[in-house]
Write a protein that binds this ligand. Structure first.
Ligand SMILES: Nc1nc2c(c(=O)[nH]1)N=C([C@H](O)[C@H](O)COP(=O)(O)OP(=O)(O)OP(=O)(O)O)CN2
Ligand SMILES: [Zn+2]
Length: 120
């Protein structure tokens, strides 16, 4: 049996997507109130003795990183790739899967209607 836990985090940032037609709305400078969802998983045999996959509180380190690196930033200045939701999800996964080996997916929402998930 596998247990999965998730936690959501929010930040605000601007971006401008390259490679789109000039008339595309996302080719213009604009911003989003982003929501990031981290998913972590563990088999029942690997649960911590208390019964956690990992303490939700441990993920506060990720919130500190978001606040310091992405919140109220221009994402084109922070990321080396075009700052699409897909690229952000993969970048965050690769950055944080070392600190959190139980990390199984990262999802990025730019608007209440859209989510991009990276699940290697
Ligand atoms: N697959 C992706 N498509 C789009 C991305 C993306 O990162 N991955 N990004 C954008 C824009 O940055 C922005 O998110 C606009 O999204 P969209 O949902 O098209 O914009 P609206 O909220 O204005 O959509 P409505 O349908 O008018 O509500 C675009 N596409
Ligand atoms: Zn956008």
């Amino acid at each position: 049996m596998t247990f999965r836990i998730t936690k959501k985090f929010e930040f605000s940032a601007s971006h401008q997507l390259a490679g789109l037609p000039a008339e595309h709305q996302c080719a213009r400078l604009h911003g989003h109130n982003y929501v990031i969802e981290l998913e972590l998983a563990a088999d029942d045999a690997d649960l911590l003795p208390v019964g956690f996959v990992r303490d939700y509180g441990d993920l506060s380190a990720f919130k500190v990183w978001l606040d310091n690196h992405l919140d109220h930033r221009h994402l084109n200045d922070v990321m080396e790739t075009n700052p699409t939701a897909e690229h952000m999800a993969a970048w965050i996964y690769r950055t944080w899967s070392v600190e959190f080996p139980e990390l199984t997916s990262v999802s990025v929402s730019e608007t209440p209607k859209t989510w991009a998930e990276y699940r290697p």
